[in-house]
Write a protein that binds this ligand. Sequence first.
Ligand code: PHE
Length: 344
Amino acid sequence: MQQTIENIRSKALEAIKNALTTDNIEEIRVEFLSRKSELNNIKKNLKDLSNEEKRIIGPLANKVTTEIETQLNEKYQELYQKELNEKLEKEQIDVTLPGSYLPYGKTHLLTQTINEISEIFEGMGFSLVKNENSPEVETEYFNFDMLNIPADHPARDVQDTFYTTVAPNVILRSQTSGAQIHEMLTSKPPIRVIAPGRVYRNESVSARKNNLFHQIEGLLVDKDITFADLKGVMNEFIRIYFGSARPTRFRNSFFPFTEPSAEIDVQCIMCNGKGCRVCSGSGWLEILGAGMVDPNVLRNVGIDPEVYSGFAFGMGVERLAMLKWAVDDIRLFFNNDVRFLKQF
Ligand code: PHE
């Protein structure tokens, strides 16, 4: 019996000595010290031994148990430290390495352009219309009727305007000019507002035209407003937006809701007026429509044209961005290709 215990002891100590991991230690612990272990069996069966044997075997079994326990714990500590060090070594972070690159987003060129133009007009005392005065889903009444555009006007043609199935008169607005009407119906002169937003036209998509694009509408109504005021404001806007006093040209034009009306051209930024592909050889680029608010429109919204006058203008945001940044295809604004977007 004594020899058996001795054997267990040397087997256990040998195993502990050869253990390589803390997991090994746990296996050894189970093998030599668990309830089902040989040593434990001996202790359980002590009662069957003679008194003399009990006196020797009992203390010996306990001594060996304690010895194995102590050895196991020591070795466990040693291996645990070793494993921990290895782990720390492996997971070490080199803080001197360069960090990983996180791509950051930026404001879309269209939004940048809208913000920039809005700020220029805000600097001249204009403010943004309230959202509810500039709805994208509009009625023909605001988009056309109130703007002096008669029912048989070609602009209403289903080929140009997107009609909805909501109701016969509900459309996607084809211009931001309806915001003029909303504004004049809800506030009294003096009025000085701009209304940027999306407009929709049922046209075939090309490098120059998209079904969806953006306009910025402007409206100023007060006493004694003349065409000279319109000209001054437009020239100031162009000077600030294009960064220098570019030559401009006011061309006689027609809009049902302004009289007189003009289209404003800016000297071609590509060829400085010499004539090139972009300006179709003319040396000029059209950037906006404008005019004095038609007396009929003022009457429609209950403003007395004998007392008040005003001007309105509308510009295409994509067009202005394309001119400033030499972008040659309007579809680039809507394709969401980061290679394009990150350039601005
Ligand atoms: N709404 C016109 C267009 O879309 C532009 C415009 C606005 C003209 C205001 C005159 C006054 O072409």
